[in-house]
Design a protein around this ligand. Sequence first.
Ligand code: ATP
Ligand code: MG
Length: 250
Amino acid sequence: MEANNGFKTNATRHFRSKCATEQLCQFRPAPFIVLSIRNLSKTFSSAGEPVHVLRGVDLDLRHGERVALTGESGSGKSTLLHLIAGLDAADGGTIQLEEIEVTKLSDAGRAGLRRDRIGLVFQQFNLVPSLSVADNLAFQARIAGRHDAAWIKELVERLGLGGLLKRYPEQISGGQQQRVAIGRALATKPSLLLADEPTGNLDEATAEDVLALTRDLVARTGCGFLMVTHSLHLAATLDRHLTLHAGRIA
Ligand SMILES: Nc1ncnc2c1ncn2[C@@H]1O[C@H](COP(=O)(O)OP(=O)(O)OP(=O)(O)O)[C@@H](O)[C@H]1O
Ligand SMILES: [Mg+2]
């Protein structure tokens, strides 16, 4: 039986990927590669002119792996995250998330994928102002039918949010708000955590604290983590650092 709220350690995931019949996999299918992108392209139209933003992006991300993506402003980092999350549709290429080909899904299918398998964190914390910290943490997991009180309790402890549960977003600091947003994104036990400049609104020390907590939680859950950042310093603290340039990942 699997302990730990249904999460598997990296070692278990390695084992699982080699042994498809192993009973440990009760949470969801856990291939070693959580995200596989091939030849992804996206072109926007601006004032009637095509803007070729992504020109054949390839990317593989493993369970438990923490990857930073940097690139100059306008290079297409947010566009790539939006395509992976199914918030927009690609023009060509494939995105495979575990056993699901995202690029073949309908709008409704992509919404379901986001709900069930993807955690999203943005620069703006996007908490619901009328909900307490406790409710902000739990509501997405409740909506998704994936609420696990023991896991949310663990998230509260690990993120140091215990004394803040009854407060409202406007009553806590930016760093605390981002910790709530990360907890909310992980409360559903996603396969993949996507973060677009999650520390962009935080001072340097707070940014390092928040990212350290996120790194630990990703290791704990075994989900994949792809973070867009402008900070080369923070990028260097993750397992891999990729750069988006001229529509491709180097
Ligand atoms: N909906 C859209 N319509 C037209 N052009 C768009 C659209 N979304 C993005 N773009 C263009 O695509 C390019 C990439 O934008 P994107 O937001 O992905 O860049 P980014 O790397 O995230 O930049 P930043 O670091 O400033 O956040 C830019 O030239 C942008 O103007
Ligand atoms: Mg961006």
